[in-house]
Design a protein around this ligand. Structure first.
Ligand code: ARG
Length: 423
C-alpha cells in the first residue's frame, strides 16, 4: 500500500485543534503531524504533545520559538513603535508569520504536502497564515478545518465525544483567546456588545487597577539601538526581560487595552488585550526617541509606525515593503540608546526620567536659569523670516479680500470685536 500523505497542523492542545486532527484524517486521508509552538504563553507543552498523540497524530513536536519571536518579531515592532490603530501592540499578528514559517519548515522536514491551521473564515489570522505560507512555499497546500467545516462549540464537543477525543469541559471559557509573550487577545462573550464593560474574568495577566498596590514601583529600562537589554541594571535576554515585565506591570494593572478595531476582512470587532510588558516598553522606547531623534525624524517615523503597524496587522510580514520599512526603522535606531525610568502605578506606566549618551537635549539651551546659552537676539531674526510669508499674505491677499481689518476676518464673528463684523 502506498504511504499516506502528511500534513503538519499548528496544534494548540485545545478542543478545536484536537477535533481538527480527527477531521483532517477523516476528510483528507492524511497523516497528521502536530506542531505546538512555544512563543511564551503555552502552559503545558509536554501535555499538549501527548494530547496530540492521544487524539491520533502520527507525530507531535514542540518548537521553542521564544527567542526567535522576541528578536525577530517583537523587537522590530517595538523599534518601529508599531501600535495598530494607535493602541494594539500586535501580539497575535506578530506571532502568525512565525508560525507560518515553522509550519513550512516542519512540513519540508517531514516531506508533508500540506499544512493546516485552526482559523475560521472571518478573522485576520487566516489571512496572515495563508499569505505567509503561500509567500514562503507557493506549492504547499493549506487546510483550514474550521474554515472548511465550521462547527459551533456544541458541535465540536459532540464530534469529539463521537470520536473518543477526551475533552476537558471544565476549561470551557466564554472567550476566544490567543496568547504569546507580547500579549493576550480576548474576544467574544459579553464583550461582543461594545457598550458592555469587559467582565473581570476576561483578564488573566493584569489586575484591576483599583486593586493594584498603593505604592508605585519604579523601574529602569536600558535600551541599545532601540532594543531593551536591561531591567533595573541587570542585563537580560529578551524573553526573560519580557516575562519579568509582564509580571511586574500586570501586578500594577498596566496594559489593559479595549479596542473596537477595523479588521482586514472588513468588519469592526471589539477586542480586549492585555499587554503589560509591551505597554511599558512602548512608552519607554517612545520616551527615549523623544530625546534622541530630531523633530523631522520623529514626524516621519510616526508615519512609518502607522504603515508598519498596518502591514503587520494585514499579514504582509514577508513582503518587500516590509524589508524597506524595516531598513528605515533599523537605521533610525542608531542613536536610540540609553535609559528610561518608569513609574508603575495603578494602571499607568509613566516615564519619569530619561537619559542617553546621544541625547539632543541641551540644558544650557533649554534653561530659564543662569547659564542660558540660547541666542535671544537671533530669535528676532528668525521670527522675521519665519513670519514673512504670513505678513506677505496678509498684505497681498487678506487686505484685498477683506479690507483694512483683514487679520480679524480670520476669526469667527463672535470674537472679532472690531469693525470687520459689522459689514
Ligand atoms: N484582533 C487581533 C488580531 O487580529 C487578535 C485576533 C485573535 N484573537 C482572539 N481572541 N483569538 O490580531
Amino acid at each position: 500500500m502506498a504511504e499516506k500523505g502528511k500534513v503538519v497542523l499548528a496544534y494548540s492542545g485545545g478542543l478545536d485543534t484536537s477535533v481538527a486532527v480527527q477531521w483532517i484524517q477523516e476528510t483528507y486521508g492524511l497523516d497528521v503531524v502536530a506542531l505546538t509552538i512555544d512563543m511564551g504563553a503555552q502552559e503545558d507543552l509536554p501535555g499538549a504533545r501527548q494530547r496530540a498523540l492521544d487524539v491520533g497524530a502520527v507525530a507531535a513536536e514542540v518548537a521553542d520559538a521564544r527567542q526567535v519571536f522576541v528578536d525577530y518579531f517583537c523587537w522590530p515592532a517595538l523599534q518601529a513603535n508599531a501600535l495598530y490603530e494607535d493602541a494594539y501592540p500586535l501580539a497575535t499578528a506578530l506571532g502568525r508569520p512565525l508560525i507560518a514559517k515553522l509550519l513550512v519548515d516542519t512540513a519540508r522536514r517531514h516531506g508533508a504536502e500540506a499544512v493546516a491551521h485552526g482559523c475560521t473564515g472571518k478573522g485576520n489570522d487566516q489571512v496572515r497564515f495563508d499569505v505567509g505560507i503561500r509567500t514562503l512555499a507557493p506549492d504547499m497546500k493549506i487546510i483550514a478545518p474550521a474554515r472548511e467545516c465550521y462547527m459551533t462549540r456544541e458541535e465540536a464537543i459532540d464530534y469529539a465525544k463521537k470520536h473518543g477525543i477526551a475533552i476537558d469541559v471544565t476549561r470551557k471559557s466564554p472567550y476566544s483567546t490567543d496568547e504569546n509573550l507580547w500579549g493576550r487577545s480576548i474576544e467574544c462573550g459579553a464583550m461582543e456588545d461594545p457598550w458592555n464593560e469587559p467582565p473581570e474574568d476576561a483578564y488573566r495577566w493584569t489586575c484591576d487597577p483599583q486593586q493594584a498596590p498603593q505604592q508605585p514601583q519604579y523601574i529602569e529600562l536600558g535600551f541599545e539601538k532601540g532594543i531593551p537589554v536591561a531591567l533595573d541594571g541587570e542585563e537580560l535576554d529578551g524573553p526573560v526581560l519580557i516575562d519579568r515585565l509582564n509580571a511586574a506591570a500586570g501586578r500594577h494593572g498596566i496594559g489593559r487595552i479595549d479596542l473596537v478595531e477595523n479588521r482586514l476582512v472588513g468588519i469592526k470587532s471589539r477586542e480586549i488585550y492585555e499587554a503589560p510588558a509591551a505597554t511599558v516598553l512602548h512608552g519607554a522606547h517612545n520616551a527615549l526617541e523623544s530625546l534622541c531623534l530630531t523633530r523631522p525624524a520623529r514626524r516621519f517615523k510616526a508615519q512609518v509606525a502607522s504603515q508598519y503597524a498596518d502591514l503587520v496587522y494585514d499579514g504582509l510580514w514577508y513582503s518587500g515593503f516590509h524589508q524597506d520599512l524595516r531598513a528605515y526603522v533599523l537605521s533610525s535606531q542608531r542613536s536610540v540608546t540609553g535609559e528610561v525610568r518608569m513609574k508603575l502605578y495603578r494602571g499607568n506606566a509613566v516615564k519619569v526620567g530619561v537619559k542617553s549618551p546621544y541625547s539632543l537635549y541641551n540644558r544650557s539651551l533649554a534653561t530659564y536659569d543662569e547659564g542660558d546659552a540660547f541666542d535671544h537676539e537671533a530669535a528676532l531674526g528668525f521670527i522675521e523670516l519665519h513670519g514673512l510669508p504670513s505678513r506677505i499674505q496678509s498684505r497681498c491677499q487678506h487686505e484685498t479680500l477683506y479690507g483694512a481689518d483683514a487679520g480679524a476676518r480670520i476669526l469667527p464673528p463672535e470674537i472679532r470685536g472690531s469693525d470687520a463684523d459689522r459689514n
